[in-house]
Write a protein that binds this ligand. Structure first.
Ligand SMILES: [Zn+2]
Length: 229
């Protein structure tokens, strides 16, 4: 049965890099993917003004989503100023109620970027709000799987416990699509994003006996082990 996955990032481009190969694989498998950015990421260019870069980021986000067969959304928050409040969480919860995702992917909870940490926090809150019987035009919806994506900026304490093999067709589709984002090509501050995430997929693939894989932390609640089992 076809599934729906919702990937929530702090800035346009974050989920494209970290969840993008998995989203491309799911779309090729017949699933539906939605990429939702909480802010535009418009302050991430050393030469363009935020207004100029906001327009470019929106175009890049729309293009990437179209290229891998996903849908694109962005909330109207400013780069660097994503709030951790119920107003922001409610906007994501409304998307959850409307689109009924089976899986949510977002950032890890600790990051060098506050927008990333807050995106993870409000997405967890949104999952909770969407599950409540509230006075709301849309019915409640419970999301069964909640995953944190592997991001070099969110590495503190990130230890994957779920690996998704990435077939060649999904990798090639992701790689062609991500080339159209200036920051991923290293044109903003020079980090070799595409090289990093390609190498990361190879490393994770080695761990699970596959050509490539993406690692995730399974989140969304306390995990516990039973002694002796
Ligand atoms: Zn970001």
């Amino acid at each position: 049965m076809s599934r729906t996955v919702l990937a929530v990032g702090g800035h346009i481009g974050d989920m494209d890099l970290t969840a993008g190969p998995t989203l491309a694989k799911m779309v090729l498998d017949g699933d539906r993917a939605i990429i939702l950015a909480c802010t535009y990421g418009e302050r991430g260019h050393p030469r363009l003004t935020p207004d100029e870069y906001r327009q470019q980021k929106i175009r890049e986000g729309e293009q990437f989503a179209a290229d891998i067969g996903a849908e694109f959304r962005v909330l109207d928050y400013s780069d660097g100023f994503l709030p951790d409040d119920d107003e922001a969480a409610s906007q994501i919860a409304d998307v959850i109620r409307a689109e009924k995702p089976d899986t949510i992917i977002t950032h890890w909870t600790r990051s060098i970027h506050r927008d990333h940490e807050r995106a993870a926090m409000i997405t967890e809150r949104a999952r909770f709000l969407a599950s409540l019987p509230l006075e709301h035009p849309l019915p409640k919806h419970g999301v069964s799987q909640f995953l944190h994506a592997d991001n070099w900026e969110d590495a503190d304490g990130f230890v994957p416990d779920l690996y998704v093999p990435i077939p060649d067709a999904a990798f090639e589709r992701w790689r062609a699509a991500i080339q159209n984002q200036a920051f991923a090509r290293g044109e903003t501050y020079g980090f070799r994003y595409i090289d990093y995430y390609e190498a990361l997929m190879t490393v994770k693939g080695c761990l699970v006996g596959q050509p490539r894989a993406c690692g995730f932390v399974v989140g969304g609640g306390p995990k516990f082990e039973v002694a002796g089992v």
